[in-house]
Design a protein around this ligand. Structure first.
Ligand code: CU
Length: 152
């Protein structure tokens, strides 16, 4: 009986580990007029999942401070020097919506959203902050609004 319970316990933990996924987001130079994009720019994941950013050279992924759920940790990936290099992998432990940017290309609208589980806790705050930020973009104006409109 003890062994059977132990086995069930081990099985539960293994399934939990297998279910945590690693999602890939590409950092791309894009094609005119849509330069500098994350692909996909809006990604929906579950709590405990990881997102890894890689792609073209000279990009990174960095969180935007006022667009994180309460208690979530910010991140700042390294600027890649070569195509295919990983900027950063981030494990998401707090539900909500996360706004992020490529540091050198934020002004060109290179931004994205990660939705972890139920995004409602900070969705309104992140949406209004995103609208404020995108108004200052030199290109890709309205990208945050477009991305937020994809959340249903
Ligand atoms: Cu970039």
């Amino acid at each position: 009986m003890f062994l059977k319970n132990l086995l069930a316990l081990i099985l539960t933990f293994s399934i939990g580990t297998v279910m945590a996924k690693d999602h890939q987001v590409k950092m791309l130079n894009g094609k005119a007029p849509d330069m500098f994009v994350f692909e996909p720019a809006v990604i929906k994941i579950q709590k405990g999942d990881t997102v890894t950013w890689s792609g073209d050279a000279m990009h990174n992924s960095a969180s935007i401070n006022n667009m994180l759920p309460k208690g979530a940790s910010p991140w700042e990936g390294k600027l890649t020097k070569e195509a295919g290099e990983v900027s950063i992998s981030v494990k998401f432990e707090t539900e909500g919506v996360y706004g992020y940017k490529c540091t050198p290309h934020e002004m060109f609208g290179m931004v994205g959203l990660v939705l972890v589980g139920d995004p409602s806790s900070n969705l309104d705050k992140a949406t209004s902050e995103g609208k404020k930020i995108e108004g200052k973009f030199a290109a890709g104006k309205g990208r945050f609004s477009e991305y937020f409109s994809q959340i249903k």
